[in-house]
Structures are given as structure tokens and as C-alpha cells.
Design a protein around this ligand. Structure first.
Ligand SMILES: NC(=O)c1ccc[n+]([C@@H]2O[C@H](COP(=O)([O-])OP(=O)(O)OC[C@H]3O[C@@H](n4cnc5c(N)ncnc54)[C@H](OP(=O)(O)O)[C@@H]3O)[C@@H](O)[C@H]2O)c1
Length: 246
């Protein structure tokens, strides 16, 4: 029988945190590493940046979804290229989300996690200027963090770098790790086989920029990675796809 196609029904709209209550990432942490969920936004022609940033891609609703994904996490992994481009700041300030985290037994603020083999970091980024924001750096290089307002700890980590850092995070009680990209870091995580879910926003625009990155960059993967579609949500013209990595 030929395949039949279903048109997505207009189901009742709910605020993102109500949909995300189903995700329960902390409960799904495997042995030896946290549950890792990736959040990315892409243009309809597959580009992950416009003018070197994400600002022109995602809508307000996309930002809200990202912030709610953060609210479920013990820690947030941020690529160092992304930190350089986006700057960042405090990861959690909203009183309602802080209260939800408290009720769920989470620390008030997720730890920002950085992986850098080189220890070449943008120390002037807003993340490091965020008073009291916990930041944990895993590095393969020698170096001491400068005196910044954020609460920075650095751990030296040898090969396998990604798996070793994730194991250490789990030992420190991190069960749910949101990765916010960028593309090169995503590629390294996927190659290491440590990504459980992908939340992908498809922005309703065509970037038309030939050399802008896609959501996964870096070295080729050994083979394509199959995914299972868990849900499709929509706000106006923007789509939010949730995939489980097989
Ligand atoms: N569309 C979206 O949703 C989205 C999301 C995030 C970012 N972005 C955009 O993506 C761009 C930044 O992405 P990017 O790909 O250049 O940088 P990135 O993925 O944020 O960070 C790359 C860096 O990660 C470090 N790294 C640590 N472990 C690694 C490993 N095992 N393999 C490879 N690298 C490792 C490397 O620095 P060391 O050499 O020091 O190890 C590398 O330079 C920005 O323009 C940002 O706006 C888009």
C-alpha cells in the first residue's frame, strides 16, 4: 500500500513549559553521563546563522522554548564559538521559572559548562560578567581562569574529552544537560554518541547564505544518524520538532 500522509491537526495550544513537562530529562539520565538534549534553530534552507548570529532566525516563541528547556536542566553546555558570538549572561533570572526549579528540587541556576581543548576563551563575554553564575570549564590545556564575576571552576580532562567531561558532570550530580550548540560542538557530541534528543526549530525563512553553517558541522559523522519524531509543535509560521536520537 502506498504511504499515506497526515496533515497536522490544530490541537489545543499550551505554553511551552506545559509541553516540556513530558520530557523529564533528569529521570532519563543513563549510567555514566547526563541525559543530553540539544536545542537548535535553523532556517528552512538549513542555515544556523545569519550574519554570524542566531538573533535573526528565532522568534520570541523560540526564545521562550529555549529558556524553558534551560529551566529543566542541571547544566547548560555552550560551545566556545557560540559564547564568542552570543556573549550570554545569567542563565536563569525569571521568578516563575526559579520557583518551578525550586519545586522540582533543582538548583536555582543551571551551571554553564564549556568544553575547550585550547583554553582560548572570550573572557570578556557576558557569561563571565554574570555575578555568581556558576561556570564549569573542562579543558585539555593548562591555564587559570582570570578574576571574573562569575563563579568559575576549571577541570583538566584528558581523552576521551567529551565522554570524560560528561562522566565527571554526572559524578557531580548533573543528570540533565541542555546543549545550546553551536554546530561544531554538536558534531563532536553526535560523533561521541552522547546526544539523546534534538529540539529543532524551523524558522520560516530562507537565509540564502551559501557559507553559513548548518546545525551540525565539524568532521564527518561515521554514518547518518536516524531519529524518531516525538512531536511537532507550531506557533504562527514557526515549527518546533522534537526528535529522539536512535
Ligand atoms: N542556530 C542555532 O541554534 C545556533 C546555536 C548555537 C550557536 N549558533 C551559532 O553558531 C556559531 C558558533 O558555532 P561554532 O561551530 O563556530 O562553534 P561552537 O560549536 O560553539 O564551539 C566550537 C568550539 O568548541 C570547542 N570544542 C570543545 N571540544 C571540542 C571537540 N571535541 N571537537 C570540536 N570542538 C570542540 C572548540 O574550541 P577548542 O579548540 O578550544 O577546543 C571549538 O572551537 C555562532 O555563529 C552562533 O551564533 C547557532
Amino acid at each position: 500500500m502506498p504511504a499515506e500522509l497526515a496533515r497536522l491537526a490544530e490541537d489545543g495550544a499550551r505554553p511551552p513549559h506545559e509541553w516540556l513537562a513530558e520530557v523529564r530529562p533528569r529521570e532519563r539520565a543513563p549510567d555514566g553521563r547526563p541525559f543530553v538534549y540539544l536545542n537548535m534553530v535553523s532556517s528552512a534552507d538549513g542555515r544556523a546563522t545569519i550574519g554570524g548570529r542566531t538573533e535573526a532566525l528565532g522568534s520570541e516563541a523560540d526564545t521562550l522554548l529555549l529558556t524553558e528547556l534551560r529551566a529543566l536542566a542541571d547544566a547548560v553546555l555552550i560551545g566556545t564559538g557560540t559564547l564568542r558570538a552570543e556573549g550570554y549572561g545569567h542563565l536563569m533570572r525569571n521568578a516563575e521559572r526559579l520557583e518551578r526549579r525550586r519545586a522540582a528540587g533543582l538548583a536555582p541556576v543551571p551551571v554553564a559548562v564549556l568544553l575547550t581543548r585550547s583554553f582560548d576563551l572570550p573572557w570578556d563575554a557576558g557569561l563571565f560578567a554574570a555575578e555568581g553564575q556558576p561556570v564549569h570549564i573542562y579543558t585539555q590545556a593548562d591555564g587559570e581562569p582570570p578574576d571574573v564575576a562569575a563563579d568559575v571552576e576549571a577541570t583538566k580532562c584528558s581523552e576521551p574529552f567529551v565522554a570524560g567531561a560528561l562522566r565527571d558532570l554526572r559524578e557531580r550530580g548533573v543528570r540533565a544537560l541542555l546543549c545550546e550548540g553551536g554546530p561544531t560542538l554538536n558534531g563532536a557530541l553526535l560523533a561521541a554518541g552522547v546526544v539523546d534528543e534534538l529540539f529543532l526549530t524551523v524558522a520560516p525563512l530562507l537565509a540564502g547564505i551559501a557559507d553559513a553553517p548548518r546545525i551540525v558541522e565539524g568532521e564527518d559523522l561515521a554514518a547518518p544518524i536516524d531519529m524518531e519524531l516525538v512531536w511537532t509543535l507550531r506557533h504562527e509560521d514557526e515549527l518546533y520538532l522534537r526528535y529522539r536520537i536512535r
